[in-house]
Every structure is written in structure tokens, then in C-alpha cells.
Design a protein around this ligand. Sequence first.
Ligand code: NOJ
Length: 724
Amino acid sequence: MVDVKQILSQMTTEEKIGQLMQHNANMFIDSSAAVTGDNSNKLGLSQKVINTVGSVLNFCSSVEMRTIQDMHLKNDRNKIPMLFMMDVVHGFRTIFPIPLALGCSFDPNLAARCSEMAADEATAGGVQVTFTPMVDYVRDARWGRVMETCGEEPLLNGMMGAAQIRAFRGKSLSDKTSMATCVKHFAAYGGAEAGRDYNTVELSEHILREYYLPAYKACIDAGADMIMPAFNTLNGIPATVNFWLMKKVLKEEWGFSGIVISDFNAIGDLERHGITNDEKTAARLAFENGCDIEMVSNTYTHCLKELIEKGVFTEEQLDDAVLKVLNLKNNLGMFEDPYHGADIQENSERFLTPEHRATARKAAEECAVLLKNDGILPLSPQVEKIALIGPFADNHEIIGFWSCNGKNEESVTVSEGIHAAAPNTEITVTRGCGNLYDDCDRSGFDAAVKAAAAADVVILCLGEPQNYSGEGNSRADITLTGLQDELAAAVANANKNIVALTFSGRPLALTELEKNVRAILHMWFPGTEGGSAAANLLFGYANPCGKLSMTFPRAVGQCPIYYNHTNTGKPKFFPDDKHQPYASNYIDCPNSPLFPFGHGLSYSNFKYENLELSDDVLYNNSKIEVSVTVKNCSDTVGKETVMLYMRDLFASNSRPVQQLIAFEKAEFAADETKTFKFNITAPMLGFWNNENKFVTEDGVFQISTGCADRLILTENLTFISNAE
Ligand code: NOJ
């Protein structure tokens, strides 16, 4: 460790401001120039300013990172190493399932294992800070960035985010395989109107506090080093300069003392938001609302010094921000090893190890969700003829958006996985059609129908391309793209034994497909080992155990659709397929989703029994133990996530029809019975009221197990706050 205060005392104001700048790697050095050592200035900034820059993003490899760092240390008078940051979202070179898929595992330990391995590879690749976890709460599948979240459940989002933070940070940040983390995007980026990325967010404070804010808070409590404000406006004010959000909530209420980093050009975007077209005002608004590092735009470089000279900010305020950056560098051990263990080779031996691949396969198996199965699955490995049809039948592009240094060609395709798992089966592979939204070429249909007619079983591999989700990639229509539904119908005319294997970065409206197939196994974007995992699940070498962490609608018009909705004053009582006049429903579509939150089938058969409460009255400081017995009534080993829900029947705010308050996942041997115990305390039954106070109100609460729209067992308890 070095004495950072001592370093700070030697720095000029310009040098300090430099620490608050983050720039793209290509601004420092052209990759080709890396070889010659020619530092071409792409910034339009003076070399003197470049020499002071504090951190870098968007670099390619550890070799590039080392080159830039070396050059920098040669030029920087203060010899302060730069930090190299990247979005290590679901793996670095070995790619694990996308976060939305990981949510479906309901297993924070699994998320932690994937993050530990990602940190091992990313540090070898020259990254010291990851812009993860992303814990934006979301209810709208049209939004492209749903793939980066864990879905529509605040408790789950917070637990997954916190697990990732602990895993990335390791025992000590100075360990060479540990990384600093940045929770994002604060706040409510997932509430974008109409599911269109970057769009306006208008939310009441109690909804924000109840659903959107808790996961960020959980990540801060878990030790997040940095936080990134969201791109969007929140109730009219861009998050980056939103006083209520950045100062009142983040700093005053939560006491966050880490680094705030703007998102990419977000301070520059203030002009487009219609807040100011004056750089000085933009810099002032961002800095006074607590933004420490400016990503990519240059308002701090251009204006902060003048703002200090004019007395708008004090040198001490600047020092506070700079000290946070220097401290992080110090904690990461950058002054001793400015490469933080980055490999000298571009292709580190720490990448894609057998252990990492094995974990990626296991994770993909645990994240897949068996949406439908009439008994056709698992397939026998002795099946004689399989027709493997569809745009994902033999496609390496299954690693998903934000896949860092992952390479498509290093992934196992479904075809490769199935050939390896069923070596004696005759397998015909044919694409059938493409999957771009405007694909209209039917020329592959005949071959697909012919292969289907000749096969015992058809495995139909469909979905949206991997770049149809992720940043900027929202969709107005979330059905299968192109002619895929039509392909499924044509194939079903030739052979009814169809298993659909589906791929996506968001919940899809699979209503048409569901009619034509006997099973649907949803793989999301499963990562490097996706094909092996799919094959293991199809043939029963692995047992599906994923449960949806986000609702699958029947039609895009139902969006936003989510399990924890309120009842309304005119709920529907008629059967779901029948329109009820003067009720909250649609004329042309049931209210229910196609597949609800919490849904996910297994090859085992789990039965729930004996939901018991240790007492039926709960007081302020007491607790009630809930127990439920779950039996695996099958001879197949399997995992089940047992979920505990509650409903506050009457309260001053209309409360959701269901709310998850606890869950536990466990493995069951054949015929094994297990009893699960959960404690219920008063805060678990509370909510943010319209005065924005967290309260638990007296009354009756339903406690249930099962999944969101299929509660299996329910018992009531009464909460009394002021017991005599
Ligand atoms: C923009 C994205 O919104 C953010 O999530 C990401 O961390 C930055 N770009 C840096 O890549």
C-alpha cells in the first residue's frame, strides 16, 4: 500500500481532474500502433491531459492493457496506474448463461461460482473493475436489457447481485484474481416506457422504493465499490443529475461512500435530454450531485478547473472524489502491480479451463426452464432417428449479448452436443429458415418437412438472434422472429413428436409454437457450453430445475405483465378464456401469462404437503416458523426450488396478489422427502406506503407455497403490532 494522501498533495488541479476521467482505449493508442509504440492522440486533448487520465474502458486484451499502462506510467509524472474497466457480465472468455437465465436457477451460490471464474479470467485478461452486477428491476420483456437482469423479483435480484459482488471481490481486492465491482444502473432503468431502451421512466416513490431500489441497496450492503447512474430520466430528471436519487437516497439515506461513475457519455447526453446545452452547467450538475468519474464525455476536463477557480466547488470537494479513486487503486494493489496479475499472453492459460467449461455446462443445465412436457422428455438415447431443425440447430451464436472476450466459435452447438450424447442415433440437421425479424425465405421448408417425416423425434431449435437483446436492442413484437412459427406448423404436419428447444435474451410470446409441440425447453442464451447442456437435458443426463424469474406473456399487448400485480377493483372472476364485461381483462386475450413467474417443470414429480405455521399470530418482535414437506415421488434425482409467498389481504395501499418472501433450492434423491423451514418476521410482511414509510400493518396475511399462479398450499396468519 502507498500513502495516497501524500500522492494527492503533490498533484496539480489538472492532474486531479484527470483521475476523474475515463476514456476508451482506442483514444490512447491505435492497436496497430501498440506494436510500434506510437501513441497517436485520438482524443483531441493535449498529451499533457492524456497523461493524467485515471481509467480506461473498451480495451481488447491483457497485452493491450499492459502496453497502455506502460506508456501511461512512463508519461505520468505522479506514476499513478490507470484502472481498466469492462462489462464482465456473464463470463470473460468462458461464457456462462445470461443473467436472466441465472435468475431462473434461483441459486445465488451458482451465480457466485460463475462470477469467481469470470473474475479469474478477466483479471488474467487485464480487467480490474467490472461494470456488474446490473440489478435493474424489470417487468417488460420488450426491453432489450432484460437479458442482463435477473427478472421481475426484487428479493431474487438483490440476492443474486450481492452474491456476484462478493464473488468478484473475493477475500481481498488486492488478490490477483479479485476485482472491484460497479452496481448499475441507478435507478429504475428497467422501467423504460414501452420497453424501449433509454426511454423515460416515471414511477411513484413508493413503487420505486418497494420494487426498484431494494436490489441496488442489497448490492451496496454487499460491498459494491462503485455505482453507475442510469441513462434515463427518473420523474423528469436524468438519473446522473437527479438530486433526490443521487444525494438524498444514495448518500444521505444509504450512506454510500464509494465511487459514482457516469454511464457512457451520460453527462454529454444532458444536452439531448433538454437539460442544458452548456458544458459548464452539465459538469456542475453532475459533480454537485456526486458523480465522481465521467465516462467518455469531457465536461470535467473542460470545465471543472474553472468551476473550482470561480468558487463553485472547493479544492477539498475535488480531493474527496480523487481520493476515492486513488484508494480503490491502492486497495487493488495497483501501485505495487499495475497489471494486477494480467497475463503477458493474449490467450491466458486461465481461460476456458476444463473446470470453467464444466461449470458453464452445469450452469446452463440449471438455468434452462422446461416450460412444457407431455411426457415426451426425456428422450431415450436409443432413439433411432432425430431430425434437428431450425436456425439454432447448428449455430454457435448462443453465448448472448455482453459476452466480453467470449468467442462464438468456442461454443458447443446443439448439433455437436446431441451428436456427442447420442452417438448411435441417425441425426439429420437442417436449418429450415432464418431468424431475422424480416426473414421471408421458405426455401428450406421442404428439406425440414422431409427430415421431420422420416424421423422418430423432431428437435426444433428456434429463437431470436443473440443481438436482438442487450443494450439498444428492444423489440416491439416478442414472438418468434421471421417464419419460425410457420416452420413449426409445417413440421408439425409431418411429425407430431416435436420437442422445441428455444433460445432468447428475453421472455418470448411462444403462444403459436406451444400449440404445435409436445415439449418446450427454454435455454435462454446458455453460453459456451450451451449445446452440451441442451443435450444432457434432452436425454435425461441432467434434470431440468430452472423456474422462470420473469413471466412469459401470451401476447406482447400484455406487457408489462408480472406476478406481483395488484388485484384491481374489478378483477376477473370468469374463466380466463372468457371475456368478462366491466372487469379488468382483454376482449381478445386471457389475463394469465402463457407461463408464469416461478413456473418450471422437472423429470421428477414433487408433491407438497403439510404447510404448517408455528403460530397463527405474529407480533412485532416475534417470528413464526413455517414448514412445508416436499416429496420427490419419482425415481429420478432432481432439484426443486421451494418458494414462500405472502399476500396482505387488506392494507392502506392495495397490495399485490402474491409476493415472494423466501425460497430455498435443494436436491432430492429418488423418493426422498424433505422438510423446509422458513422464518417469518414482521418486516417481511411490510411495504412502502404512500407517505413513503416502510410499514407492516395489522391484519391477516396469506402464506402460500407453490408458484405464482399455482399456489399449492395456503395458511393464514394475523399480525398484531401492539400486543398488550
Ligand atoms: C453503457 C451501458 O449502459 C453500461 O451498462 C456499460 O457499463 C457502459 N456502457 C460501459 O460499457
